[in-house]
Design a protein around this ligand. Structure first.
Ligand code: SF4
Length: 256
């Protein structure tokens, strides 16, 4: 067992208001900011490490295989069968930087917001190309297992999928800042593992659905400024008394 450290020691992960170097914010940290300024501040300014979670290895495997599958059609410059089935005049988009864009650890897609000196970045799953409108179309793969059918009307209505929509809004915003023509319409390529087989038999069958989402990027600019103001703030933002986790920590702190 190794001793767990509470605080980060990598300097690039911690905001320093006294330097002129740009500071990187991933789209997941941006989402954390939207959810709670205090948690975001404790993480990015104070350096308090979030509790880690185990990797989603099955979901990641589906993502990896889908990337290979779409790369096959990308190489051929031909539409993937799902594009044909959905009457979309699309092909997988090819770009020499695609592998970097797909890897958030290598920077992903990114831009420097000059007003705030923040670099906003994120790793995309895929980009398709709309041949009718000559625009990039952002695509995110989602693997799941649900007994409920995946439909366009229900998929994005659940409250906990707000993060999916925010993710797409941010990707479109970044790519536009990178000067690409990007469609408002994005797609979730949802792979739902079916539970109705009689036995496992070393395989899981998936049903795939393409769920469109019309992005809205109007809110992003003001939130980046708000995020910068939070980073520059000398005081830790207030506790949210509606947050179960914070109330647990606050209550428990008397006993530690
Ligand atoms: S209220 Fe507390 S625990 Fe909850 S998200 Fe904010 S800082 Fe984190």
């Amino acid at each position: 067992m190794t001793e767990i450290k509470s605080f980060r020691n990598r300097k690039s992960s911690i905001y320093n208001r006294n330097t002129k170097d740009p500071f990187k914010i991933s789209r997941s940290k941006f989402f954390n900011f939207l959810m709670c300024k205090r948690c975001f501040y404790l993480d990015r300014v104070i350096g308090l490490k979030e509790v880690s979670s185990p990797p989603f290895t099955l979901n990641n495997t589906v993502d990896e295989l889908l990337k290979k599958e779409f790369d096959y059609y990308r190489e051929l410059k031909r539409p993937h069968p799902t594009m044909i089935e959905n009457n979309l005049n699309f092909i997988p988009y090819n770009n020499e930087n695609l592998n970097t864009w797909r890897n958030s650890l290598k920077g992903g897609i990114s831009f420097l917001d000059e007003k705030t000196n923040l670099i906003i970045h994120g790793g995309i799953d895929d980009i398709w190309f709309d041949l009718n409108n000559n625009k990039l179309v952002v695509v995110d793969y989602k693997a799941q297992s649900s007994s409920y059918p995946v439909t366009a009307s229900s998929y994005l209505s659940s409250e906990w999928r707000v993060s999916y929509k925010v993710q797409m809004d941010i990707y479109v915003y970044i790519l536009r800042k990178m000067k690409y023509e990007v469609s408002d319409i994005t797609y979730f390529y949802v792979c739902n593992a079916e539970k109705n087989s009689d036995k496992f038999d070393n395989k899981i069958r998936f049903k795939t659905s393409l769920i469109p989402y019309k992005t809205n990027t109007n809110w992003i600019n003001s939130k980046i400024i708000d995020m910068k103001n939070t980073l520059d703030c000398k005081d830790i933002p207030e506790i949210n008394i509606n947050c179960e986790k914070c109330m647990y920590l606050k209550g428990g702190s008397k006993f530690f």
